[in-house]
Design a protein around this ligand. Sequence first.
Ligand code: DX5
Ligand code: ZN
Length: 246
Amino acid sequence: APKAFIAPSILSADFSKLGKECSDTIERGADWLHIDIMDGHFVPNITFGHPVVTKIRPHVGRPKEANGKGTFDCHMMVSEPKVWVKEFQKAGCDLYCFHYEAAIDSTAAESAEVKSDKKTNPKEMIKYIHDNGMRAGIAIKPGTDVDVLYDIFDNSNKEEVPEMALVMTVEPGFGGQKFMAEMMPKVQALRKRYPELNIEVDGGLSEKTIDTAADAGANVIVAGSAVFGASDPSQVIAKLREAVDS
Ligand code: DX5
Ligand code: ZN
């Protein structure tokens, strides 16, 4: 399996000093920053949009290579993922991770409520993200079967293949929820089929749950409350890494 990338979720940071929280987190050993974007529609919560990403970008050195330190991993919990691609690229997003469910729903929505320029499907989304100079990720909610991703990752057209799969280990929307170990068969299935794929887990990761996720084959580890709620965040980051890399 590929090496660990530890991606603290800034959802649990102190928003009143977000730039410093971001730079401190990278100094404390984080590889990436996981940036949770919620629109109050795809999930029952609102966070922030691209103007905030623009403001924090200068506080964190830009990654010099794919997967490099300082990667902005934007988790788009939004109903219209296509609409935000260009704005997030301009804001400094490196990896644009959209939800499979959102891309499918807007395809299915034949009603006039979804304007044609907002409709999309997963393959088109991935190509569009690549065309806009970012890496692409695809996320699945707990209720979505992992099988839906096989068609996407088995595609021989590399422009349509994402660089990461995100298996949600909580219902998206809030930090501080309980880790769903019953999602691990999805991670195992992906790891078996795609030995080199970056597989991210998000929700409820901590020193208590990391071994379960690492054993299943996850290598990109999101942790919000476990990192930002710790008295020694560096130590938590180091322990998460050790569990994956050992
Ligand atoms: C939940 C978000 C997560 C969240 C994780 O919808 O996608 O990234 O911040 O928080 P913890 O690690 O506290 O479960
Ligand atoms: Zn997230």
